[in-house]
Design a protein around this ligand. Structure first.
Ligand code: ATP
Ligand code: MG
Length: 445
């Protein structure tokens, strides 16, 4: 993409309404525009990152064997009357009446609707296990929408629902979600710690939240610092192997890590003092096992191998897709701007032309752009007629992990400059070597 043909409305001044760094940088980098309290347009740069995050979520759900579908944003109120949540949900639910005076709501979550789909089509244990999920906009009329996309009213969520014949199978689905979420967050460059949490309005007996540590996080968290060293890494996990999946979950949930809702001072005090940490965190996901809460209320049953009819065992599992942009920026930035992890960056690499209009430099940038495209990397090429300083400032603000700088002086020596946004370290090398190096980095992402 050439910057002169792109829509990148970068702001020079700090927007007064933004209280935290991620919100400030998302506005300044031209990623989002607020349309009403907690409701945003996703401008091209922000939209690219949102799509990258969705893509990673889809890939990891597929790896775990979960099936994508798409449910609507509007739901009939009657479905929610069946579960009893139409009245329970209160003012967070946006209620709508259509021209026929039918009551609808903008879905804050989808347990009822997915249970309705299940009961309409599935009745035998032979069709199980089954996990269905979608990535869809939600609406919650939050009391205090704030921090940009972190606490929006309209926000994008991945929500998945498992259906299993018995409790053991449902607990395996819970564990499978935990492992797939760990891998999802790691691919986004995040350390998200599973913490024992409280189940709230979803209800149920087992639940973990995934928290990214950040001073601006809304949750107070208590943990053993050793938990921050755990990584799933490149290991292959067989998602059908119950013992293997359970042992990974055990590895990640044995050390103390809890939110304030479930915090236990006595257990916490048993941790060696130097590892006892109290901090703040951003909730980027939550998994629940709730058994037959919805299936009993809504009559979703299956016939078991023994021929008995039982309410299906369920759980629900959510990832805050749009909130993740804020969380990633909170975890990865400096005073100049965002530092995107390679896994989610809007463009893998930027090209800065130091002397726009100089025939040799322009030609070198063009051929570099094509060489990057030939190895599958779409560069953002700053071809504006601007000072070098302004171009560097824009690149630093929007945070592409790699920048290739091309100028007449370097070209005279046959070199360009490759710079890492994270370390600031620059290296001179031939354009071919720069392409090969960036390609090798992204081959492992
Ligand atoms: P919170 O405690 O932050 O209000 P929640 O526990 O009510 O969130 P869930 O029902 O668990 O939210 O939804 C799944 C995920 O959706 C959350 O882990 C979070 O990442 C994201 N999410 C929830 N509410 C919002 C919101 N208002 N704006 C953006 N993302 C949200
Ligand atoms: Mg939650």
């Amino acid at each position: 993409m050439r910057m002169t043909r792109y829509f990148l409305p970068v702001l020079k001044e700090n927007p007064a309404e933004a209280q935290i760094v991620s919100h400030r940088y998302m506005l300044r980098a031209g990623m989002i525009k607020q349309q009403a309290a907690g409701i945003y347009s996703w401008l091209p740069l922000g939209y690219r990152v949102l799509k990258r995050i969705e893509q990673i979520v889809h890939e990891e759900q597929a790896r775990a064997g979960h099936i994508p579908l798409l449910m609507p944003t509007l739901q009939p109120a009657d479905l929610w009357r069946e579960s009893g949540r139409y009245d329970d949900y209160g003012q967070e639910m946006l209620r709508i009446t259509d021209r026929q005076k039918r009551e609808l709501l903008y879905g804050p979550t989808n347990e009822e609707m997915i249970t309705d789909i299940f009961r309409s089509h599935v009745s035998s244990y032979k069709d199980l296990p089954m996990t269905l999920y979608h990535i869809q906009w939600k609406f919650r009329d939050e009391m205090r929408p704030r921090f940009g996309v972190m606490r929006g009213r309209e926000f994008l969520m991945k929500d998945g629902y498992n259906f299993d014949v018995d409790r053991d199978a449902a607990l395996h689905a819970y564990n499978r979600h935990m492992v797939s979420y760990l891998r999802t967050y790691e691919r986004m460059g995040l350390t998200a710690i599973p913490m024992r949490a409280d189940s709230g309005p979803i209800g149920g007996e087992d639940t973990h939240e995934f928290l990214v540590l950040a001073a601006t996080g809304e949750s107070e968290v208590f943990f053993d610092s050793a938990v921050t060293d755990l990584r799933l890494g490149a290991r292959e996990v067989d998602y059908d192997n119950r013992e293997e999946v359970a042992s990974v979950c055990k590895e990640f949930t044995t050390l103390y890590a809890r939110t304030d809702e479930t915090h236990d001072a006595a257990l916490f005090d048993a941790i060696p003092e130097e590892r006892r940490k109290v901090a703040r965190g951003i909730e980027v996901g939550q998994i629940f096992y709730f058994g037959t809460k919805y299936s009993e209320a809504m009559g979703a049953t299956v016939v078991t191998a023994e021929g008995t009819k039982v309410p299906v065992e369920m759980g629900s599992h959510g990832i805050g897709v749009s909130r993740l942009l804020g969380a990633i920026i909170e975890a990865s930035h400096d005073e100049k701007g965002i530092i995107w992890p390679e896994g989610v960056t809007p463009f893998p690499v930027g090209i800065v032309n130091l002397k726009q209009g100089d025939a040799g430099t322009d030609a070198a940038c063009d051929s570099l752009y094509k060489a990057l495209a030939a190895v599958g990397l779409e560069a953002l090429y700053d071809d504006r007629d601007e000072r070098a300083g302004a171009k560097f400032a824009t690149m630093d603000l929007i945070g592409l992990p790699w920048r290739i700088t091309v100028g007449p002086r370097g070209l005279a020596n046959g070199v360009v400059e490759l710079t890492s946004r994270r370390t600031g370290v620059s290296e001179e090398m031939s354009a071919e070597a720069a392409v090969a190096k960036v390609a090798a980095i992204y081959a492992n992402v």
